[in-house]
Design a protein around this ligand. Structure first.
Ligand SMILES: Cc1cc2nc3c(=O)[nH]c(=O)nc-3n(C[C@H](O)[C@H](O)[C@H](O)COP(=O)(O)O)c2cc1C
Length: 252
């Protein structure tokens, strides 16, 4: 089984690695933005994984599914989404799109992980609380893998009721937020040291170094990787002040 994953602050990547490991799967595991993702796409059975954004799919993932519309037919896809609190039908959003292109959805899981929106005060937890969240998530994944090995694939986020929860719980109010790339990434030039870490790690190559400073374009998929990695804490997106730099390496 191959896996393709978008992960801004590492949560989703962590869950995918753990599940593949527990399943004893030895296929390709590729970041969605890498050339290897196209190789992973050649497999007949795939995991597609991403963080929930506003009870929706990150736009980069939607774009990837749409751009590869001709390859999904007949492929068996297991969906993974991670979330800070509430995903509604986070897996269901991708499932419906993939089914339109002929994919077979084998199941899905929605796993609570530390919140990745470092510039919003809501949902902020202490490091200890986040470690506890990750521990619980890891235990869940171990149990899920055990059941999957028996052929019992969970169906989280794929039901009609999950669809309603996602739609009315969040998506209707925040619909536009995840239906395109954004130009709202803010880089404070007074803080930026021009180190290029953000530019080198951006999955959409949305950041360039111009005259020794990072400059953002309009193709941000809101993954928060740059916000998280910036050593000068110069980058924000939804909020104006950075409260916490997320990152799975702190909690696992
Ligand atoms: C722009 C944005 C929107 C988000 N929306 C939601 C949401 O609707 N519900 C939720 O529970 N978590 C939400 N989150 C939190 C992430 O889904 C969660 O922290 C996820 O585990 C991050 O995974 P990653 O580290 O692989 O990127 C959002 C995060 C971002 C950056």
């Amino acid at each position: 089984m191959n896996a393709i994953c978008l992960s801004g602050t590492g949560n989703t990547r962590h869950i995918v690695s753990l599940l593949l490991n527990e399943l004893g799967a030895d296929g390709i595991s590729a970041p969605i933005e890498s050339a290897d993702a196209m190789k992973a796409l050649e497999g007949d059975e795939l995991i597609l994984a991403y963080p929930t954004m506003f009870s929706n799919i990150p736009y980069l993932v939607r774009d990837f599914i749409n751009k590869n519309r001709n390859v999904w037919k007949g492929k068996k896809i297991f969906l993974i989404t991670t979330m800070g609190l509430f995903a509604g039908d986070g897996t269901g959003c991708a499932a419906r799109l993939l089914k339109k292109y002929g994919a077979v959805i084998t199941g899905g899981i929605q796993i609570i992980m530390p919140d990745s929106i470092g510039d919003c005060k809501a949902l902020k937890k202490t490091a200890e609380q986040n470690r506890e969240i990750v521990k619980k998530a890891e235990q869940r994944v171990t149990e899920i893998a055990r059941r999957m090995k028996e052929g019992k694939y969970p169906q989280e986020g794929l039901s009609f009721w999950a669809h309603m929860a996602g739609l009315f719980g969040q998506r209707l109010w925040f619909y536009n937020k995840a239906m395109g790339y954004t130009d709202k990434l803010k880089i404070n030039p007074d803080k930026c040291a021009g180190c290029g870490i953000c530019a080198n790690n951006c999955p959409t190559q949305n950041i360039k170094i111009v005259d020794g400073k990072a400059v953002a374009d309009s193709q941000c998929t809101m993954c928060y990787r740059c916000v998280n990695y910036c050593p000068k804490q110069a980058i924000t997106l939804l909020g104006k002040t950075l409260h916490q730099q997320a990152g799975i390496e702190k909690y696992s």
